[in-house]
Design a protein around this ligand. Structure first.
Ligand code: OAD
Length: 261
């Protein structure tokens, strides 16, 4: 345990040094970054896909076949959880890194809007955003907090059924988000890969692009992933909130000591 702690402290210092020496840092985040905000992940213990079958509730065909069922079992609960969630130390730390002029862009697979709430200004929402609903008929967008759940599925003023503006299984990634994510992944020199199982494509391919373009890929996750030991240069094992807070404190210390020289 002691050895692990020493290694973790060393890795935090190493990551801070790598990050402080770069101005092209980007982050790829997944559900793990919001776990400490009370939003459960999809996979693993306590994960959403342990409770419900994604093909039955999160596939676009399942939604079109029976929107009321998907609204009742999945979307209604998601709305409750997302409404209550607030940014944690991981979101706040990434926002601080942007303010320090270090972090340029976040590519997130999350639809909870917590990076923006924490203050990050350039967030690519790879899987869309739960803050908006879209009418299946006229395409009009309505903010999720404005819709009434008295009628399920909720409807637009034109009578069309509303769906979250998120990517369901079986749907394409919005092309502009995919293009820009690929571009920033090519251009970065550090990619922080935080709280993602890296099992879902094409999001999981972004670290591969970064690595093949010469970037350092740093994973922050309590578990290893398919990227660990091959694509990522190193994994800092643990919860994102604590680790990012410590990295940011160390980056600030390094920046201050450079100023003082
Ligand atoms: P997953 O649920 O697949 O993985 C969450 C990851 O977060 C795991 O690797 C955990 O080990 C890690 N984790 C858990 N707690 C953490 C913490 N406190 N700090 C840091 N890491 C932690 O979530 P994603 O990789 O985001 O897509 O899943 C990708 C996509 O699969 C989602 O966007 C969603 C899902 O199906 C769609 O719905 C289209």
């Amino acid at each position: 345990m002691k050895t692990e702690n020493i290694i973790m402290e060393d890795l935090i210092k190493k990551a801070a040094k790598d990050i402080a020496g770069s101005n092209k840092v980007i982050a790829l985040t997944g559900a793990g970054v919001s776990v400490e905000s009370g939003i459960p992940p999809f996979r693993g213990e306590g994960g959403l896909w342990e409770k419900i079958d994604p093909m039955e509730f999160a596939h676009i065909d399942a939604f079109l076949r029976d929107p009321a069922k998907v609204w009742n079992i999945l979307i209604r609960e998601m709305k409750d959880i997302v409404d209550k969630a607030r940014p944690n130390d991981a979101h706040k730390g990434l926002s601080k890194l942007e303010k320090l002029g270090i972090l340029n862009v976040i590519i997130t697979q999350n639809v909870d809007g917590l990076h923006q709430m924490a203050g990050n200004s350039d967030v690519i929402e790879f899987h869309g955003n739960f803050a908006w609903q879209k009418c299946l008929d006229c395409g009009k967008k309505i903010e999720t907090f404005k819709i009434s759940l008295n009628e399920i599925p909720p409807k637009c003023s034109c009578g069309g059924i509303l769906r979250p503006d998120c990517v369901f299984f079986g749907e394409m990634i919005p092309p502009e988000h995919l293009m820009r994510s690929r571009k920033v992944s090519y251009e970065c020199d550090i990619m922080l890969v935080i709280g993602t199982s890296a099992l879902v494509q094409p999001a999981a391919y972004m670290p591969v692009i970064a690595k093949e373009s010469g970037a350092i890929v740093i994973e922050i996750n309590p578990e290893s992933t398919p990227l660990t030991g091959s694509i990522s240069n190193y994994l800092i094992r643990g919860n994102a909130g604590k680790i990012i807070k410590e990295i940011v404190a160390e980056v600030e210390r390094l920046m201050q000591s450079i100023k003082n020289v």
